[in-house]
Design a protein around this ligand. Sequence first.
Ligand code: GLU
Length: 297
Amino acid sequence: MDLSLSKRVFRFAPSPNGALHLGHAFSAILNHDLAQACGGRFLLRIEDVDTTRSRPEFEEAIYRDLAWLGLSWETPVRRQSEHLAGYAEALERLIARGLVYPAFLSRGEVKSIAKTHSLDGGNWPCDPDGALLYPEQERELDPAVARRWIAEGRKHAWRLNMSRATQEAGPLLSWEEEGKGPEGQTGKIAADPGQWGDVVLSRSDAPGSYHLAVTLDDWAQGVTDVVRGQDLFHATSVHRLLQVLLGLPAPRYRHHGLVLGPDGRKLSKSNGDTGLASSRERGFSPADVRALLAGVG
Ligand code: GLU
């Protein structure tokens, strides 16, 4: 029997669009240590599907910072930019099933539709990240018109028709949460992808959106345990939906607490003081970083 088949597989999946900070360090160390504790595997994945924001120097810095922390990972490292054909193929399957449609409205147009609606006394809904939900008016656009607009070179994204998708997936969508959501949610969580509206699955500068790429990659890499920050807790609803639509198994999920800055807010990649490289320059050791992160849940 091949015992490696039953090993648990963890991953740390940073986007190379900025310098890693203490929050990333916590996530990477936690994944690495959990894998080690159960004799499992620790993978690193570079989420560089968004070519407009990803930079090779940030990718190099990720390897440097993680090595400095004393972590080691399997090679070759999966880089999303090398798997665009796989995302496109999955997208085609969803388009063929009528679950995805081309969406042409610009951000400004969405804003003004929402504003007009509010002036009429309505309350335009937002997703869990606070972004306006995409209007549903293009779901039933005549396919011949859509094809013509695409041929004319009109800018578009491919969006999931959330009502069709949730109908097809059925009402029993859930996941097992081993950590905690931002409001302490744990155990069996009922997924609610509808709160995200018609999410983007592909756009011209990023052929697989975060949601599509992460779902396919976790499956392709045999990830059994997704351990990541609580800021991605609600996104799991979309990932579970895509797994069901694409016939992929559900991993276990563990969302961990976020490392907050001195102002009590979530760290951002531009936050110099909590960047790993600047901690290193200020004489911090990897042990100091571990000690600092010991209290995060
Ligand atoms: N690439 C994402 C980030 O850097 C993390 C994705 C995930 O862990 O699912 O925030």
